[in-house]
Each structure stands twice: as C-alpha cells, then as structure tokens.
Design a protein around this ligand. Structure first.
Ligand code: ACM
Length: 537
C-alpha cells in the first residue's frame, strides 16, 4: 500500500505523539508497508567496497515510525544519531526522533562491539525486517557505518526536499573495516583561496567515501592562507592575492578552528601544510629579512614552480619556522604537521639537507609527527617521519630507490602518485580545467593500481595509506573542485579502504555508475567519464 505523502507524514506524527505518551510503545512499526516497487540496492553495492557481505533475509524499510536509537546517551553517539537524522529527514519527510530508549526496532547505533577485527574505524551493519543495527568499537566506526547505510538507501535520500520512498535497505550483514589507516584528500587553498563553506562542502563529500584525513596546503608562492600572530604580514599581505591576481584571502585562527571542528565532526583529521623551503614566495614577499639578499620580491600570481627559497643559512629563518610551527601546532589537535619540501629547485642540496633537519626538529619540539613530500628522503628523515610519494611513471629509478630505501629504514609512506591520484590532472584532451604534466588520468587509470605493490622494494607495512591531492592553479570554486574530484575521488577512497581482494575495475565501474544519481542528488558537478556505464538521469 503506497500512502499519500501528506497522509503518511501526518499519520507518522500522530503515531509519535501517541508513542510519547505510552511507555513501552517503542516498537511503533509505522503502519505503512511501502510498495515493493523496486528491490533495494544489493548489500555491498557501495563505494568503497565493504570487506565482507552476507546478504539475506528481509529488507528493512525506514518509515514514518522509525526511531534512531542510540544505545547510550553519550554525547558522541547521540550526535552521530542526530547527524543521520539530519541526513534522512528532508527527503523522507519523517520525524525520525533520536532516542536513548532501548528497543529492538528502528535504526540502532551501538558502541561497545568486542570484535577486535573491527579496529577503531570498522563497523558491522545488520539489516532485517525489524531493524538496522550498526555496531562498532568506537564512534568513527559508527560514523562510517552511517555512511554505508546512507549509500544503501536510494539516491533520492540525498535530496533536500521530500521524495517518494520506499526507503529500503537490503537484508543481511556487512562487516567492514579499512585496509589503510591514512585515507586522505588534499586541497590546495593557496593557488586559489577557498572559503570556509567551500572547504566544509568538500569535507562532507570526503566523509561519504570514508576518507579520514584532510591535508590543507596552506602556503605556496601565490598565497599564505593561515593567520600567524607573530608574523602578521604573512596572511595580511602574503595572502592578499592568488593565481590570476584575484583577491586571495586567508583563514583567521577562528576560521581554521571552525574547519578543524567540522572535519572532526565528520571523523577527519586535518594535516596542515606549510611548504618549505621552496614554494615560499608569499612569505618572502611579506618579510624582506627572510630573503638572503634582504630584498622582498613582489607578490606572485603566475603558475611557475621552483623559483623561491627561504634563506637556509640565516638565523632569522629558523625564528620564523619556529614561530609558524609553534602557532600552527597549538591550533591543530591532529598528530601530523606537513612541511612540504618539494621542488626546492632554488635551494642548494647542502642548504636543503640543513634546512630540513632543523625544520623537522622544530616539528618534533612542538609534539607533532613530520610529513613531507618524498624529496624529504633526499635529506635525513627523522625517526617516525612520513614521506608522501608524488612521483609518476616518468620518475627516475634512482628517486624511487631513494624512497624505497628510506621506507626500509622506517620512514612511513603515503602514496599519491601524480598520474593516478592527482585530481587536478585532466581526464583527457578535452578536459577544460586542470593540468596535464603527469599525463591524462581517466577514471580507470586513477583506480587501477595497488598501493601495496606500487613502489618496488617498499615493505608492504611501510604504506600508511593513500591521498588524492587537488592542486588549484585552474580551480576557483566548488563546482570546479567537484568536476575534477568526481568521480576519481571515490576510487582513491576505495583503494584506501577496501581489501585488495575486492579490487576489480569491471565491478567497480558498475558500483561507481550507481553513485551518479547520488552525486546529482547532492548537487555534485561530476564528470561523466565515458569509461563508466552511467545510467540515464
Ligand atoms: C607537488 O606536486 N609538487 C608535490
């Protein structure tokens, strides 16, 4: 029986009012058995692919009577319940109350799983006629389970106005946990500046694919984007432009904290990057004393690289680095601080090694773990440092070997090969935005590689995870970010999350195609790659 929507919503609220007054009526079934128009999406047809799926049993239907039950009134589980309710209410039109009252029906979010295989981020989702239960060992696992539940519901659930159901979730059990702990996306807010709201929008998109790290490239030749109290001209002057000469901008400390809090609410850790000793024209333009010749260069709004360097022999350089790292470390609760180190073509090798040694020591002094681009392995990575590999097929054997040797000595690696994961590479010759220095990167190329075997000679347990960087020389707003990130970002997210055994382009492209209506419902401006069998929309 398909109820008329208005009646259905009214009936739902009446039930809620009735239930509120009667103890023990927790199991209000909602009264409607939605029409079996379409079978629910098969369990497991999500991105990233889940680790284990056991399909079977009756589907669960979200109805006007559904409650979201949080098993304890711990603020965090309740907050995840409210987050889920906020996702589902606009499109379903249902009240979906979040309650700490126990019951065997509804959508149940439960902490306290004792299954050690779930780890800190894993979850189990059990769906049957009476309930959907998500259990996890920690809140991050519950949150990822909620993203899975969201993807198991029809794409229309993402819309912000009331849609027709039914809102069914296939029956069965899905047990899921990530392959890699570090699943990252980078946003370059330096070449073009992006507002706090634009960053939040991207964070929401990353969360849907279980990305847990946001790397913010906060400084480069074209703009310094974070307020530093002890060196105020960095942001005020160094942040006052961007590629093409636009007005640029910067995050105040309170803006930055707002981004961090929003990221944390989506279980993402922010890794801030101050790129040094190259990529520093915005800083050099702001303070003459940072230049070896004592002369500040003009601000830069072009797209060349490799022409700027902090002055490694000068003492003031390390006062500057200490102040910047101290203030940034104090603002950032996350473990990592990225100090760049790439394309330092205007720094001698000797100066580079000396600079990186001092900069790494400063990061350690303020309690953070060093991350650097893989050129760090050409200096002396400190114990515990993480190197981010961004080479590509034309990267020479000696450079790869240097990275592999560092890994053998204990340096951990995050892999972001430019001709696979750089989201700013053009898809093909017709792509309007982006660059092509690492070649064209279509969707299959981006997805079809294995982080564990990508770099010869690297021990598999040296790989912390993967990242999809998005450089913004050609990108100015969310629409343009999305055109490049989607649909490649979900593929990199899957490489980070899903077991190697699930890796298969032929089945992935079908699961990805099913994300198309979801992208559309969310207003994501995605590239309809001819490699993916998108349906009609
Ligand atoms: C980089 O693409 N220069 C890290």
């Amino acid at each position: 029986m398909r109820q008329h929507r208005t009646f259905s919503r009214l009936f739902g609220s009446l039930l809620l009012v009735a239930a509120a007054g009667i103890a023990g009526v927790g199991a209000a079934p909602g009264g409607s058995a939605p029409a079996a128009a379409e079978p629910p999406r098969p369990l497991g047809q999500i991105v990233p692919a889940p680790a284990r799926v056991k399909a079977g049993g009756s589907p669960y239907a979200v109805t006007e009577g559904t409650r979201i039950r949080v098993d304890e009134d711990s603020g965090e589980v309740r907050r995840i319940g409210e987050y889920l309710a906020d996702l589902l209410r606009p499109s379903t039109g249902y009240a979906l109350p979040v309650t700490a009252q126990d019951g065997s029906d509804g959508i149940r979010l439960r902490l306290g799983s004792t299954d050690p295989s779930l780890g800190a981020e894993g979850y189990r989702l059990q769906s049957s006629g009476g309930s959907v239960t998500i259990t996890a060992r920690g809140p991050a696992g519950l949150f990822h389970g909620v993203q899975t539940l969201r993807q198991l519901l029809p794409a229309d659930v993402e819309k912000d106005s009331v849609q027709d159901g039914p809102w069914k979730v296939a029956g069965g059990t899905l047990t899921d946990s990530p392959r890699y702990a570090y699943r990252s996306a980078m946003l370059d807010v330096s070449r073009h500046f992006f507002s706090v709201d634009e960053v939040k929008r991207y964070i929401d998109q990353l969360a849907l694919y279980k990305i847990n790290t946001l790397h913010l490239h906060l400084s480069d030749d074209q703009g310094w984007r974070i307020a530093i109290d002890s060196w105020p001209r960095l942001a005020e002057y160094g942040g006052s432009t961007e590629v093409g000469g636009g007005p640029g901008g910067h995050y105040t400390k309170s803006d930055y904290k707002e981004i961090l809090q929003y990221a944390a609410s989506r279980y993402l850790e922010v890794v801030p990057e101050i790129d040094m000793p190259g990529h520093t024209n915005a800083a050099l333009a702001s303070y003459a004393e940072l230049n070896c010749d004592g002369v500040a260069p003009p601000l830069y709004t072009g797209t060349s690289v490799g022409f700027s360097s902090l002055c490694a022999p000068k003492a003031v350089t390390y006062d500057f680095v200490d102040d910047v790292i101290r203030e940034l470390a104090a603002l950032t609760p996350g473990r990592y601080l990225h100090i760049g180190g790439d394309e330092a073509h205007s720094t001698s090798h000797e100066d580079y090694v000396a600079f990186m040694e001092k900069a790494q020591a400063i990061v350690g002094k303020y309690g953070k773990t060093v991350v650097g681009w893989h050129q760090l392995t050409g200096a002396e990575p400190v114990a515990g440092a993480v190197a981010q590999y961004w080479g590509y097929d034309r990267t020479g054997a000696a450079e790869r070997q240097q990275v592999a040797d560092a890994a053998k000595k204990g340096t951990k690696l995050v892999l972001s090969p430019a001709d696979r994961t750089y989201l700013d590479m053009k898809y093909d010759q017709n792509t309007r935005l982006g660059l092509a220095w690492a070649g064209y990167v279509e969707v299959q190329r981006s997805y079809d590689w294995d982080p564990a075997t990508y770099l010869a000679g690297v021990p598999a347990d040296s790989v912390l995870g993967v990242e999809a960087p998005l450089w913004s020389e050609t990108l100015t707003n969310s629409e343009e970010i999305e055109q490049m990130a989607f649909p490649r970002l979900p593929g990199v997210a899957e490489l980070g999350w899903s077991p190697a055994a699930t890796h298969d382009w032929e089945s992935y492209k079908v699961r990805l195609a099913a994300q198309g209506p979801r992208f559309s419902a969310l207003g994501i401006n995605y590239y309809r790659s001819p490699q993916v069998p998108w349906g009609a929309e």
